[in-house]
Design a protein around this ligand. Structure first.
Ligand SMILES: C[S@@+](CC[C@H](N)C(=O)[O-])C[C@H]1O[C@@H](n2cnc3c(N)ncnc32)[C@H](O)[C@@H]1O
Length: 312
């Protein structure tokens, strides 16, 4: 059998920096894919209910024939960006080229002003933005979204309680806002794909016994102060984790191939058996992973990630 390799340099790959992005765990997922997928290099149906930056989706697209995919996320701007790449790739590339070349020509002081100007426009737009009807505004807003993501501090997309994007400027020497070839390849990858803004439970309808499902919900916070689960206005609480577990059990009964990842609460408290209890009937593994979204350098370092599966 031909050996699979992680082709990190190839496209399509994530076009956003996303908290909890799974690029570094791909090697581990690769080892754990269902055998028939590895053998025939084919995924009949793929569902990803917590899409984010889409590291796993793009990995599968780079390495396998993926017949059809159904992608979900609750974040309306994120989903709009995917839909714009799917349907208005050329217009988006024009906008991105324009915003990037303007930005790179500026000195540091003006770049900072430019960042805050775009952030203000972006937050004003948010108040009565029409997410239901695609149009020129979608393309423009998506270019702002990608720009802010690539120039903000730590590359974080974080909203405050009012739903505003409030991350400060990130001071990069030569920020690369986008990669043209990647956007073109993502556009191709999205041709056999349906994309939905909504709660993960809405993906149920698309899941059957042929489906590979990768579930990567927002992390259970590692410490009381870390609040990186706030990708959307409403975080993901333990009661959401319980609803997700029920969803997992139901999809397991349907016969789907399920892979779920999460932070390991034992990193913080060795006695915390939240996920061990919840998923006791399934395969639970602990994989070392580096989380570098934490600002406090001392808190960065080796921690475990959980990978839970319902198949061998
Ligand atoms: C850990 S991130 C996924 C990261 C992704 N695997 C990657 O590689 O970038 C979790 C995602 O779940 C989304 N999310 C939060 N609550 C959700 C919900 N109830 N239904 C669907 N998506 C949700 C967030 O917007 C976020 O993009």
């Amino acid at each position: 059998m031909k050996k699979l390799t992680i082709k990190n340099q190839l496209f399509p790959r994530p076009f956003l920096k996303w908290a909890g992005g799974k690029n570094q765990l791909l090697k581990e997922f690769k080892k754990r894919l269902p055998l028939h997928i590895v053998r025939y290099k084919r995924v009949y149906k793929y569902v990803e209910p917590f899409l984010g930056g889409g590291a796993m989706f793009f990995f599968l697209k780079r390495n396998f024939e993926v017949k059809e995919s159904f992608l979900f996320d609750i974040n309306p701007d994120l989903i709009m960006a995917y839909k714009v790449i799917q349907n208005n790739q050329k217009e988006l590339l024009d906008h991105l080229e324009d915003i990037e070349s303007r930005h790179l020509k500026m000195n540091e002081k003006n770049r900072k002003k430019h960042y805050y100007l775009i952030r203000t426009i972006y937050n004003q737009q948010m108040k009565n933005f029409d997410y239901d009807n695609p149009g020129e505004e979608w393309v423009e807003r998506t270019s702002y979204f990608i720009f802010l993501n690539k120039t903000c501090y730590n590359g974080l997309f974080r909203l405050n309680k009012k739903g505003e994007f409030n991350v400060p400027y990130g001071k990069y020497d030569n920020p690369k806002i986008y990669n043209k070839e990647n956007i073109i390849q993502i556009n191709k990858a999205l041709r056999d794909t349906e994309i939905f803004q909504g709660d993960f439970t809405e993906s149920e309808y698309f899941i059957d016994e042929k489906t590979l499902v990768y579930l990567d919900p927002p992390y259970r916070p590692l410490s009381n102060t870390s609040n990186f689960t706030n990708y959307a206005k409403n975080g993901f609480s333990d009661s959401n984790q319980l609803i997700l577990a029920k969803f997992f059990f139901k999809m397991d009964k349907k016969g789907a191939y399920l892979i779920l990842s999460n932070s390991d609460p034992k990193n913080k408290n060795p006695d915390d058996k939240f996920f061990d209890d919840l998923y006791k009937n399934y395969i639970i593994e602990r994989i070392p992973a580096k989380r570098n979204i934490n600002r406090d350098r001392l808190k960065r370092g080796q921690i475990n990630e959980l990978i839970i599966r319902n198949f061998k």
